[in-house]
Ligand binder design. Structure first.
Ligand SMILES: C[S@@+](CC[C@H](N)C(=O)[O-])C[C@H]1O[C@@H](n2cnc3c(N)ncnc32)[C@H](O)[C@@H]1O
Length: 276
C-alpha cells in the first residue's frame, strides 16, 4: 500500500466498504492517518487536520507519541508471553501495526482488529485478508457484547487464556453519557487473570485551556467529537487492573526508549488483571 501522502484520494476502497462511509464530514480515523503521514484520508479530513494543527501542533505530536506508546506497550506484553490482542479502534494501518510488532516476537500471535470506520476497515482488510492469525471486524466498540461475539473475534481469540485488550486513543470518542468505564468493565470481565489492558486517552496536559477548547470545538464538526479527560477522569476506565510501572502518565513518559522530559497531550497506562 502506498503510505505516502498523495493528496489526490487515489487509493481505492474494497468492494462493499463504502457502505456507511461519510465523505462530507471529516473523521478522526482519517485525520489521525493524516497526522501520521498516511494517504488514507480525503480532502475534507486533511483540511480539518490542518485546522487542528494550526490551533496547536500538539495534536500531531500526541498522534506520534501515542503510536510510539502503543508499539512499546505491545512489545513489552509480547515479552511477558502475551500472544493474543484485541485492538479496539485499531485505525488505518500505518507504521508499526500491532500484528507486525507481535509477529516479530511471536509469529503465532493472534490479533483481532476492530474499528467502526469504513476506510480503516477496508485498508486493514486489503492488507491482512490472507493472514489466518489476524482478523478485522467492523463494529462499534461501545457494544462489547457484539464485539466479543463477532465471529472474527470469538473465532480467533481464546478468552480462556490471557488476552491484551488495547483501547488506545479511542475512549476520548466515547462521552460520559455512554459510560466508557462501564464499557471497559465488560471487556475486562470477559478476560481471565493474567490478561492486560493497554489504554491511552487524549488530555490537555501542556495545551492551554483555549487550545483545548478550540480543538474540541473543531472535532465537534467531525463525525467523531472528542472528549479530552483528566487523569482522575480516566482512572475509572482502568478499574480492576493493577497498573504496571510507571502507572498512568503522559504517553511519551511510559517506559520511553530514551529518557524524556516532554509531555504529550494524552495519558497512557498498562494494567494487569490479577485474580481478585
Ligand atoms: C485516533 S485513532 C487510534 C488508532 C490506534 N488505536 C492508535 O492508537 O494508533 C481512533 C480510532 O478509533 C475508531 N473509533 C472511534 N470510535 C469508535 C467506535 N465507537 N467503535 C469502533 N471504533 C471507533 C476510529 O475510527 C479510529 O480509527
Amino acid at each position: 500500500m502506498d503510505r505516502h501522502r498523495n493528496g489526490d484520494d487515489q487509493w481505492q476502497l474494497s468492494p462493499g466498504a463504502a457502505a456507511g462511509l461519510d465523505v462530507q464530514h471529516p473523521n478522526a480515523a482519517r485525520m489521525y492517518d493524516y497526522y501520521l503521514g498516511g494517504a488514507a484520508n480525503f480532502a475534507v479530513d486533511r483540511q480539518a487536520a490542518e485546522q487542528a494543527l494550526a490551533i496547536t501542533p500538539e495534536i500531531g505530536r500526541f498522534a506520534r507519541a501515542n503510536r510510539s506508546f502503543l508499539g512499546r506497550a505491545v512489545a513489552q506484553l509480547c515479552e511477558q508471553g502475551i500472544d493474543q490482542f484485541l485492538d479496539l479502534g485499531s485505525g488505518v494501518p500505518t507504521v508499526g501495526n500491532v500484528h507486525e510488532i507481535a509477529h516479530r516476537h511471536n509469529p503465532e500471535a493472534r490479533i483481532a482488529y476492530v474499528d467502526i470506520e469504513p476506510v480503516a476497515v477496508s485498508h486493514a482488510r486489503q492488507l491482512l485478508d490472507d493472514d489466518p492469525l489476524v482478523s478485522v471486524t467492523q463494529a462499534d466498540i461501545r457494544h462489547p457484547g457484539q464485539v466479543l461475539a463477532a465471529p472474527e473475534v470469538a473465532g480467533l481469540l481464546d478468552f480462556d487464556r490471557p488476552v491484551a485488550v488495547l483501547a488506545v486513543a479511542i475512549l476520548h470518542f466515547v462521552p460520559d453519557t455512554e459510560d466508557p468505564a462501564g464499557i471497559m468493565a465488560t471487556y475486562r470481565d470477559a478476560c481471565v487473570p493474567g490478561s492486560y489492558l493497554v489504554l491511552s486517552h487524549a488530555a490537555a496536559i501542556t495545551m492551554t485551556a483555549q487550545e483545548a477548547s478550540a480543538g474540541q470545538e473543531l472535532y465537534r464538526g467531525t463525525t467523531t467529537p472528542l472528549w479530552p479527560r483528566s487523569a482522575e477522569e480516566i482512572t475509572p476506565m482502568l478499574a480492576g487492573y493493577h497498573l504496571i510501572e510507571p502507572g498512568l502518565v503522559p504517553v511519551d513518559q511510559w517506559r520511553p526508549d530514551a529518557p524524556t522530559d516532554t509531555s504529550a497531550n494524552g495519558y497512557g497506562a498498562v494494567g494487569l488483571l490479577s485474580a481478585s
